[in-house]
Design a protein around this ligand. Structure first.
Ligand code: DGL
Length: 290
């Protein structure tokens, strides 16, 4: 496929297995208000945390290619799980710059006074070689308590960010960290920043919560500058996020939850396009189901 070279006014693609990447989109809008954004939630196949590595790489590449075909000038893989499993594979196959996300072990090592930090992330992220290398590189004298957040992505996907059941589930993950002396909690999945109020209701001020979305937005800004791809105010009619969301929302599911969460948590009232992005593995899945 021959596509024109992306230009400054082209959109940035942001992708997650589901709704979690909205926490990254929120930071990108604040940092880069002149940019057009296209968000893809692969909610039909979420959560990725229970998928095999090949499935995650297959979906990440298919959605990256789809976003390139939509004219994206850069791609943010706003999913720790997809980044951990497939960023190098996808980077080698796409023609646009990529920015991934990873759990904030480095900032936790800088922030923790007790030298004990918890990391809440998906099982796939925690067992990945990329995460193990991150801990080996930055943890040094920091004791890192890794806890898979089973059930948390599913809760956010159904727009549950504060039910008593969810708080009880979170308490089971976080209380043992507090008991072990942790003063820092890394939110190692982009769905989890939407649970910050629920987490605060358990930990109070005893823990610093590490959310890397602002750092990712700054990294994206640097990458755009390096490639001469940053939009200026002149590329759009308004740089005021509230006046002009400058974002297109797409979901591989029915989109109702994406629309609800964008409205409730980001204050963006936008239609959601239902898109089909088939890939080798989903063709196999759906072929077998037929
Ligand atoms: N938001 C994704 C992440 O950052 C969730 C992965 C999943 O779907 O399990 O890891």
């Amino acid at each position: 496929m021959n596509l024109p070279a992306p230009h400054c006014a082209a959109p940035i693609g942001i992708f997650d297995s589901g709704l979690g990447g909205l926490s990254v989109l929120r930071a990108v809008r604040a940092q880069l208000p002149a940019e057009q954004l296209v968000y893809v939630a692969d909610s039909r196949y979420a959560p990725y945390g229970q998928r095999d590595d090949d499935f995650i790489a297959d979906r990440t590449l298919a959605i990256g290619e789809w976003l390139v075909a939509q004219g994206a000038k850069a791609l943010v893989v706003a999913c720790n799980t997809a980044t951990a499993q497939s960023i190098e594979f996808v980077r080698a196959r796409l023609s646009i710059p990529l920015v991934g996300v990873e759990p904030g072990v480095k900032p936790a090592a800088q922030l923790s006074k007790s030298r004990v930090a918890g990391v809440l992330a998906t099982q796939v992220t925690l067992r990945s070689a990329r995460f193990q290398a991150l801990v080996a590189r930055h943890a040094d004298d920091l004791r890192v308590l890794c806890q898979p957040g089973h059930g948390l992505v599913e809760a956010v996907e159904r727009c549950d960010i504060g039910s008593p059941e969810l708080v009880a589930l979170l308490r089971g993950y976080v209380q043992p960290m507090l008991d072990a002396g942790a003063d820092t909690l890394v939110l190692g999945c982009t769905h989890y920043p939407f649970l910050d109020t629920a987490i605060r209701s358990i930990v109070g001020e005893r823990m610093t919560l590490v959310d890397t979305s602002i750092a990712i937005a700054r990294q994206l800004e640097r990458v755009l500058d390096q490639h001469g791809l940053r939009a200026t105010a002149a590329d759009g009619e308004s740089t005021e996020p509230a006046a002009n969301p400058r974002a297109r929302f797409c979901s591989t599911s029915d989109g109702a939850h994406l629309r609800a969460l964008a409205a409730a948590l980001l204050g963006i009232e936008a239609p959601v396009e239902c898109v089909q992005i088939p890939s080798r593995r989903t063709r196999e899945l759906e072929g077998n189901a037929a």
